[in-house]
Design a protein around this ligand. Structure first.
Ligand code: NDP
Length: 325
């Protein structure tokens, strides 16, 4: 049996459970393609699946997205052939080969690199679904984006500007603020010492009304500030847990301003092949046409996967982290 190198964890835990192992190379099922992975995207969800916040069956190969060349196709696959350059969402992407359902695979447009494609797909699709489906951002809207220099943050700043919104970002350092501004944020507030300054700035900018929508991927730490920052009849989209999961809340808190609160995940927007193809197509087109800039913070060799998770969870990074296979 042929083997491959992969990041397989034996149990949930901190980043010390991450190790490269030799495990059997998968074979594609009838509706799967086998991708020779060139680059895997590192996402916060990988840390949740590693830590057990999102429990997984063990042993578990980490990684939810990657890009590379198709090495084999299952018997029922019609849309792809060996040699196609593709990007995919799937399980077990931190590996030399990944067997992926063919309804979560997209061909790369033009000469888009594997690194850029793996950096763009999951976060790009999430971002586009947040600003087009979860809340339809309109020209002139005021939008608050937390962690505006992160992987999601830099994409969301650009997307909201493309749609004509006024963007307020939050970051924890000057250097991150500069990046968020470069990505289009009109104003950036440092929230590292507390959230009063954020609310004050938003009140100043919006005539004390607040923002139309908050896009909050930070979670526990920012949730209260998000409810304060939103205007009457506004929307809070809580889409992540970078600082921990938001604790249960009383729905009566929403009555103060008739706030719409939503907790979406990308995967519920792409349950069908058509929905995946549409969203992936939209995002890859934006990247290919240079309307969306993908900011790669660093490309880590597979052996440095622990460092990559430490950097992401330690708030050290900006933009997207990539694992090179
Ligand atoms: P980021 O690159 O944004 O990294 C997280 C950032 O959050 C940090 O850089 C940091 O920015 C900020 N942060 C604030 N408090 C903390 C803390 N206590 N610990 C760590 N980071 C903190 O990550 P991603 O772009 O990969 O993901 C952003 C969020 O989007 C995550 O919560 C993720 O789960 C979510 N997500 C959700 C999806 C969905 O389908 N719902 C899909 C994809 C991502 P700063 O230093 O500026 O505060």
């Amino acid at each position: 049996m042929s083997t491959m190198r992969a990041v397989q964890i034996p149990q949930h835990g901190d980043s010390s459970v991450l190790a490269v192992a030799n495990i059997p190379k998968p074979s594609p099922k009838p509706n799967e393609v086998l991708v020779k992975v060139a680059a895997a995207g590192i996402n916060f969800i990988d840390t949740y699946q590693r830590s057990g916040l999102y429990p997984q069956k063990m042993p578990f190969v980490v990684g939810r997205e990657g890009a590379g060349e198709i090495a084999e196709v299952g018997a029922n696959v019609r849309d792809f052939k060996v040699g196609d350059r593709v990007v995919f969402l799937g399980p077990s992407a931190y590996a030399e080969y990944a067997a992926v359902s063919d309804d979560k695979v997209a061909k790369l447009p033009g000469s888009l690199s594997y690194e850029k494609a793996a950096a763009a797909l999951l976060q790009g699709m999430t971002g586009w679904s947040l600003v087009r489906q979860a809340y339809e951002v309109k020209a002139g809207d005021w939008v608050l984006i937390h962690a505006a220099a992160g992987g999601m943050g830099l994409l969301l700043c650009q997307m909201c500007k493309l749609l004509g919104a006024n963007v307020v970002g939050t970051t924890s350092t000057e250097a991150k603020a500069a990046l968020a501004k470069k990505a289009g944020a009109d104003y950036v507030v440092d929230y590292s010492q507390g959230y009063d300054g954020v609310i004050q700035k938003i009140n100043e900018l919006t005539d004390n009304k607040g923002v139309h929508v908050v896009l909050d991927g930070v979670g526990a730490a920012t949730f209260d500030a998000s409810l304060k920052a939103v205007r009457l009849l506004g929307t809070v989209i809580s889409f992540g847990n970078a600082s921990g999961a938001v604790p249960p809340i009383s729905i009566m808190r929403l009555a103060e301003k008739n706030v719409r609160l939503m907790r979406p995940t990308l995967f519920n927007y792409i349950t069908t092949r058509e929905d995946f193809n549409k969203l992936a197509g939209d995002v890859l087109k934006l990247v290919d046409e240079n309307k969306l800039d993908v900011n790669i913070y660093k490309e880590y060799p597979l052996e440095d996967v622990k460092q990559a998770h430490d950097d992401l969870e330690g708030r050290k990074t900006t933009g997207k982290l990539i694992l090179k296979l």
